[in-house]
Write a protein that binds this ligand. Sequence first.
Ligand code: NDP
Length: 281
Amino acid sequence: MPLVLSGRKYARVVRASIRNRVTELNGSPPGLAVVIVGDNAASKVYVAAKEKACEKVGFHSSVIALSGETTEADILRLIDELNADDSVHGILVQLPLPDHISVDRVASAVMPEKDVDGFHPVNVGRLWRGEDGLFPCTPSGIVGLLHHHDIVLSGKNALIVGRSNIVGKPMAALLLRENCTVTVAHSRTVDLMKQCRKADILIAAVGRAEMIKRNWIKPGAVIVDVGMNRNSDGKLVGDVDYDDVFDVCSAITPVPGGVGPLTIAFLLENTFKARTNLLAK
Ligand code: NDP
């Protein structure tokens, strides 16, 4: 039987640790400002979840909701104000943004020390250079989860399927820092199944329901399924066919309850870290 890597349980451990550290702080609690632009229903749900998570660990949070017609200049002005506000330690701009706003310009406007999403080019550079910084929440959470379960990473062949800036690429950088031998696959990869079969650690971050099957898996592999998809029955499933691969792998994250809960838990970690680093400056 493989080890089921429960992100839900691990996220609880992370939140409890943060809550304890908050009670030991002198001075103001960590503060997170979340900017949401437009009327995206899923974004509203995510933002509400982030607000609630902040409250539960004793952070101060504020949500700034702007209309979908807000100009890029107005958003950049707001970010400048938040950068200058000492009670705000972390700034998160909820994606997606309306088409007339450049995600890159907005991400670059957040000062690196408050960039709790880890999207600023300075933090991206620090990540790849092996320096300290704020790094994307989902991949950071995955590394935390693997460590929590004492899964050996050093020297292992890791394959990441997906090369997005949010998951795939930072995941590759973090696993390289863990001394994995890292391969990144994507939609142009030739013979993906063959690549998967070489992987001791397989991270699927594609967004295609249950595309990875049993005969793609190296026996004993550790599988982390980042994908969140609806199958034809409307059920939430990952990129990996969980039931099909279950008894071939040595460990696997379920969907839901695997990677999903880690993202907000590590947003809280990043916000705590941002506060600590800003006060140390
Ligand atoms: P993107 O759409 O930005 O990236 C998907 C990647 O998958 C791309 O690099 C793409 O390749 C690659 N890809 C697409 N089709 C194939 C294929 N047939 N074979 C191999 N590679 C393929 O997605 P994200 O990285 O943002 O998210 C990936 C999944 O993870 C989604 O299901 C998303 O919902 C989920 N997710 C979950 C999170 C959580 O649980 N907290 C957080 C973030 C994401 P190419 O670059 O060539 O186009």
